[in-house]
Design a protein around this ligand. Sequence first.
Ligand SMILES: C[S@@+](CC[C@H](N)C(=O)[O-])C[C@H]1O[C@@H](n2cnc3c(N)ncnc32)[C@H](O)[C@@H]1O
Length: 321
Amino acid sequence: MIDFRPFYQQIATTSLSAWLETLPLQLKQWEKQTHGDYAKWAKIVSFLPNYPAEIDLREKVEAKLDSPLSEGETQRLVYHLKQLMPWRKGPYHLYGVHIDCEWRSDFKWDRVLPHLSPLKDRTILDVGCGSGYHMWRMVGEGAKMVVGIDPTELFLCQFEAVRKLLNNDRRANLIPLGIEQMQPLHAFDTVFSMGVLYHRKSPLDHLSQLKNQLVKGGELVLETLVIDGGVNDVLVPADRYAKMKNVYFIPSVAALINWLEKVGFKNVRCVDEAITTLEEQRKTDWLENESLIDFLDPNDHSKTIEGYPAPKRAVIIANNP
Ligand SMILES: C[S@@+](CC[C@H](N)C(=O)[O-])C[C@H]1O[C@@H](n2cnc3c(N)ncnc32)[C@H](O)[C@@H]1O
């Protein structure tokens, strides 16, 4: 099973130490009610080898050795990693194995990175971090410590698998809870919430929860689905959106800026808008499920299969005064 004690030790003498008041107990409770496959996934992580890798996190997430793995070693690695499918966010390049995930998360990173205050030496929270792809890129930018929070146990195990293959790097850690379960720490220099807001039933509460994790003057990086429109335009899908059951609010950029200002953020600005392309989200050998092509109207890719505007995403940056 995954051991969180090294993380507790790591934060004990940092600005995150107040978290020790609630986190160990919460994770004890969490361990009692994990997903039915969690033990199997965690065991796969324990079977992965430890290689003395050379690591590149600046340009991509890559680990390599001086001499390549044998064909047998590669097959074994692929076998274990495929037990952790579906791989949604990536790509990862691990000892010659290319985990070609459903999402080219590097495309999003390239849209976001140029607009950020430099991440060097910052303490960062990545809310809804998935398998942790962007966390490794934050480490690659020189972050002091990156904490991801994501309640999906499969993503925790994917993260721990990648961590093990990256020389067990402890500069990033994933805590398997939802943001709403996290005590307000007011301790992070940058908080990311990417691809989460539309999954929350109460978006203004989500924005307040993000604010409660930031230091004074800290930076919020919010990335979410948006629609075209004015300050009062918000799509609340009747049933599914792009076949997803758990999509609640898709605001216009103007509405989103209004929400952020209402909960007390300052200097709120939209730095990027992009339609999600079939190059960014697609089927690969690393997932069995459907992907974007199956979620769009086959005769008109500007609409979802339900007739809503096709996925368009915005990046908003704001400061906690
Ligand atoms: C669409 S993915 C986004 C992943 C990644 N941040 C990205 O931008 O590619 C949404 C993630 O949010 C996580 N999530 C859902 N509810 C959450 C919550 N209450 N708190 C934190 N994460 C949550 C999901 O498990 C999932 O990994």
